[in-house]
Design a protein around this ligand. Structure first.
Ligand SMILES: Cc1cc2nc3c(=O)[nH]c(=O)nc-3n(C[C@H](O)[C@H](O)[C@H](O)COP(=O)(O)OP(=O)(O)OC[C@H]3O[C@@H](n4cnc5c(N)ncnc54)[C@H](O)[C@@H]3O)c2cc1C
Length: 423
């Protein structure tokens, strides 16, 4: 006979949908608690070998601190290239803005880290934890009841429910649903949570380049009227001395995408070099090119009981300021921090906890998404008056201490860093 208490208790305290960088980070942040946690991820995590042209992500100082608090940073550090300075300029203009770690009293403004290394460190930690991982498994339906959320899950492997089926379906319940299932969030769609989308009609082409001179840890952002080109320093496969490889993120109008992808390596390098100039010598070798369509997606704050949105499911940003994951990781730190304050007997899906989460994240979310959008629109605009404003804007950021400090703190992520993250 099954006890009625057992029938009534949800299967899990917390269900995390999406095991990308944000969902996996949340699972790691909660892994050592006594909550019963399940992580549901649709795709097998990719396993790739280190390569000179692998994709990287720029983590800011706030993210480094959060990963330190989670005990992940020591595994990332060997692959992380410290960004010692940034140089922001506009093609054809005299204004520049420069920031250095030394001025900010930091060892680095941020770190460029291979996605492979972050994913591997998080997933290894999950494998060694008590978090239940359902993967590959997809959430296909969600219903919300007074004391729980029910999730229908379809697994591609027979490990979730029906042992005889190649594609098994089951239902699980949890007190809190943390949706980290990306910009096209299925949870958002299934629950009717709205989102505003602004299609920038741009693509980012991401690749790596080798340079004829060492980059000395300096990151460059060069604006053009057709879109920004960023060059972010990389390690030479873990070695940091005299490194001459960088991530190249080139934003182009979507109508120029096929020409950019079809161009020979030589032609593409020549075009990028013309836009970037000769500060780092010649671009000598190009890695694989990957293209990403760019849109801003801002979800409504979830008013659905027991449901929180995090990372790209909550807000997906243009990569111009390299803020998307950094912001999502602060969502993780915020929610995990609030859950850490309650007792085992409390409800992690309680309305006051979720209202507290929305309130905690509102300012950071609107500041970073607004700032990023403003950068895209200001620097992609050909209006002549704006060109003057942009020159003087860059000069002002470079010279005015109050403005400089504010832009720097924004860049470092310090405005949105929850109390308690490592210093
Ligand atoms: C070109 C480019 C460069 C960028 N550079 C930077 C940078 O330098 N710094 C920075 O901070 N940010 C950067 N970003 C942004 C960053 O990549 C994203 O913000 C971040 O990866 C989002 O992570 P996420 O986990 O929220 O979403 P995702 O990575 O989209 O993960 C969502 C996960 O949910 C899973 N999923 C989806 N639906 C379901 C379902 N129904 N059931 C179960 N699982 C599901 C998916 O398989 C996926 O694994 C960049 C973005 C781009 C496009």
């Amino acid at each position: 006979m099954v006890e009625s208490a057992a029938i009534n208790k949800p299967d899990y305290d917390i269900a995390i949908v999406g095991g990308g960088l944000v969902g996996a980070s949340l699972a790691v942040a909660l892994a050592e608690s006594s909550w019963r946690i399940v992580l549901i991820e649709a795709a097998q995590p990719p396993i790739s070998q280190p390569a000179w042209d692998e994709r990287c992500i720029a983590l800011n100082d706030a993210s480094r601190r959060i990963f330190e608090t989670l005990g992940i940073w020591r595994e990332l550090e060997p692959d992380a290239m410290p960004i010692l300075a940034t140089h922001i300029s506009e093609r054809g203009c005299f204004g520049t803005a420069r920031f250095s770690a030394a001025d900010a009293g930091l060892e680095a403004l941020g770190y460029n880290v291979p996605l492979r290394a972050i994913g591997a460190a998080l997933w290894q930690r999950l494998r060694d934890s008590r978090v239940q991982v359902l993967c590959p498994a997809r959430v296909t339906a969600v219903s919300v009841n007074t004391d729980r959320v029910e999730l229908q899950i379809v697994s591609a492997e027979p490990n979730v429910a029906d042992q005889d089926s190649a594609s098994a379906s089951t239902t699980i319940s949890a007190r809190l649903l943390a949706a980290a299932d990306g910009a096209q969030s299925a949870v958002r769609a299934l629950l009717g949570i709205g989102a505003q989308t602004r299609d920038y009609a741009q693509h980012a082409v991401v690749s790596a380049v080798r340079l004829s001179r060492p980059h000395a840890g300096v990151a460059y952002e060069r604006f053009t009227t057709s879109g920004p080109l960023a060059l972010i320093p990389k390690t030479n496969l873990g070695a940091r001395d005299n490194c001459n490889a960088a991530s190249l993120v080139w934003t182009l109008p979507s109508e120029q995408l096929s020409a950019a992808l079809d161009a020979s390596d030589y032609d593409y390098l020549q075009q990028a070099q013309t836009v970037f100039g000769g500060r780092l010598g010649r671009f000598t070798e190009l890695g694989r090119r990957f293209a990403y369509p760019l849109a801003r997606v801002i979800a409504e704050v979830s008013k659905v009981p027991r449901v929180a949105l995090l990372g790209n499911a909550a807000q997906s940003l243009h990569p111009v300021a390299a803020q998307g994951f950094n912001l999502g990781l602060r969502d993780v730190a915020g929610l995990a921090g609030l859950i850490a304050e309650i007792n085992d007997a409390d409800d992690p899906g309680a309305a006051d906890l979720l209202a507290g989460f929305s309130a905690l994240r509102a300012g950071d979310r609107s500041r970073v998404s607004g700032f990023t959008d403003l950068m895209v629109r200001t620097f992609s605009n050909r209006l002549p008056g704006l060109a003057q404003t942009r020159h003087w804007g860059l000069v002002a950021v470079d010279l005015l201490p109050g403005l400089r400090e504010s832009v720097l703190r924004q860049h470092l992520g310090h405005f949105g860093l929850p109390a308690g993250a490592a210093r």
